[in-house]
Design a protein around this ligand. Structure first.
Ligand SMILES: [Zn+2]
Length: 262
């Protein structure tokens, strides 16, 4: 039965399945995170052995293939939707871990790389590495930021949320989303704990915001221990948010360098 079914799969499609899965079982991976190479077969997910469309096929280990094929007699067997989901997750994982994101000499890959390059360039125009560094340094040295610098960072964050601005490389997409999450946390913190300083500034271009000026005796606060301790606690949280952005930005740029400029 299985021999017949495998025979009927066109060679090119069979090769795609084997190469994309690298003979990792979609269910071993999806259910247990197991990425070991397995002995197995290509399964027809809708149980129809003449449906050889790529979307209907997945490489499964022998055990999972048996389990999946026998599911019709059980009430709570694995569903086709589940298996396809795990298979797609597996392909993404393989793409990011086990092979280069773009292989050489392929038109399609050149286009994907060019797309990702464009996304990076546009994001980098919104806030450069240097400007981000200046912004984070002001926060960590003076507990202060300029309004216009924050709006650059928010524009950068918003840019990556737009559907058209997603990286195609799985690795870059993951890094950008981690970076965006840490920026989000920092921006939320600034929104909650920073206040215009000095108050009464009229020139909008110079709007500055400081961490609780009323708790800082060098700004508007009184000189007392309780305020000082509160202030120190907020400082610690601020610096933790900043260093998280620094770390995720660094990882993002390393991935950019490895993937786009290698
Ligand atoms: Zn398996």
């Amino acid at each position: 039965m299985i021999m017949n079914s495998r025979k009927s799969i066109p060679k090119a499609i069979e090769t795609n399945i084997l190469v994309n899965s690298k003979r990792r079982c979609a269910l071993c991976f999806g259910l247990k995170g197991d990425l070991e190479e397995k002995k197995g077969q290509i399964a027809h997910l809708d149980q129809n052995r003449s449906n050889n469309s790529e979307d209907n096929l997945a490489f499964l280990c022998f055990d999972h293939h048996d389990e999946y094929d026998s599911k019709t007699s059980q009430s709570k067997g694995l569903t086709i939707g589940e298996v396809k989901h795990y298979r797609d997750m597996l392909y993404d994982e393989i793409e990011s871990r086990l092979k280069f994101p773009y292989s050489e000499n392929s038109d399609q890959d050149d286009k994907r790389r060019a797309h990702d390059q464009k996304i990076f360039d546009r994001a980098n125009e919104i806030i450069s590495e240097k400007n981000l560094k200046i912004f984070l340094e002001a926060l960590q040295c003076n507990d202060l930021y300029m309004e216009k610098d924050l709006s650059q960072l928010i524009d950068f964050h918003t840019f990556f949320l737009e559907v058209g601005n997603q990286f195609l490389s799985h690795e870059l997409k993951t890094r950008a989303s981690q970076l965006n999450q840490s920026i989000d946390e920092l921006v939320c913190f600034l929104g909650l704990h920073f206040f215009q300083f000095p108050r009464g500034e009229v020139n909008e271009k110079n709007f500055k915001f400081a961490l609780y000026p009323n708790l800082n005796w060098e700004r508007e606060g009184d000189y007392n221990l309780e305020s000082f301790q509160k202030y120190r606690d907020f400082q610690k949280q601020l610096y933790a948010c900043c260093s998280q952005v620094e770390i995720s930005y660094k990882e993002y740029r390393i991935a950019i360098k490895e993937i786009l400029f290698c």
